[in-house]
Ligand binder design. Sequence first.
Ligand code: GDP
Ligand code: MN
Length: 406
Amino acid sequence: MRLYEFEGKALFKKFGIPVPDSALADTADTAAAIAASLNRPVVLKSQVLTGGRGKAGGVKFATSPDEARFVAQSLFGLKINSYPVERLLIEPKLDIAREYYLGVTIDRVNYSLVIIGCSEGGVDIEVTADLHPDKIIKLALDIDEPLYGFDSLALAKLIGFQPKQYRAAQGIIASLFNLFKSYDAKLAEINPLVELKDGTLMAADARISLDDDALFRHPELKEMGIEKRHEEGELTPRERQATEWEIPYLDLDGDIGMFPGGAGFGIMGNDFIQYFGGKPANFMDSGGGPSPERIAKMLVLLDENPNVKAIFGARFGGISRCDDFAKGVIKFLKEHGLSKPMVMRMTGNMWQEGVRLFDDARRENPELFKNIEAHGIETPIEHIAKRAVELAGGQSQQGRANICLS
Ligand code: GDP
Ligand code: MN
């Protein structure tokens, strides 16, 4: 999950990486007041969890409090990659002589950590990496390998810092590496790491991405207000609800509520729907032997999503039992009720028992089941996918190639 620039800079500060003084504004008046108290030209930086902010016009300058108010007003109206600008980080404008790049990340191919540096940082770092790969300096380290002083010094030299900056650069490299490891980061990046006109080095931007599965190891982050969120952007209200219920769930932009088994079949189910001309409204991992209570909660997420027009429910019982699945669906129908059409299929572990539970409950209260079309192993999964697309009002297409599934 990504951190905001201001959160990243707070961590930089904690680890001894020099950052500018700064304050957050969520109104234009606060922005003006901060500019007045800084009493010098300022930079106003949109706080959004997405890249390319500078190029999208999200970083602006102002020379007076009035101008800061005016600029802030325009930034608050901006959306960057669809993320609205709600907060600005305001800092004294730096006198930049040169922009470097420094980052630490994981090299997934070689199973190592890697420190990356470049003397041509800034908003065009990707272009530099493409055109002049030789200018990108890398040091790979095993996960448990310490970063020695001689290595950080060698890096500072290779990257191209001035001799009088070696010590400072070396310190920043070591601190960034230390921060990366201390917080179980996936990425810790300073772009640009700037050299000011007086030769000092300072982090002008911060991009940190943490492994959210390791967050429990760092309770102090919560105290700083850093809580679980998406890779990019904030969680939608439904995703937040799902997270609270510990259900792996993502909103997508289609209209078919996806309720297949585990993550693998979840992905395949989404492919089926696309294949037959539909669009999934979500991805959900409902595998791992969920209890009936959990199944019922999952259906609540789908049924209450106003974008959902129909639900695709398919269960390949492996570890998960189809009778538990049926119990969960029945529990949901009794306690919540289903407002959307749903087509479902149960096969695998205990599927006959699941179908029997279903039939019994339906006999008892047919009204509850009026929106459900239930199938067992007799119906191929393609039919279920096509039917879900039809129920959502789409024209199910034949599919773009022959597939054979059972
Ligand atoms: P990003 O586009 O989201 O990576 O935003 P950055 O924070 O990296 O800012 C983009 C660019 O704006 C930087 O590469 C700098 O050239 C410039 N910039 C950012 N902060 C300052 C500042 O305080 N002073 C000056 N002169 N330029 C800045
Ligand atoms: Mn940047």
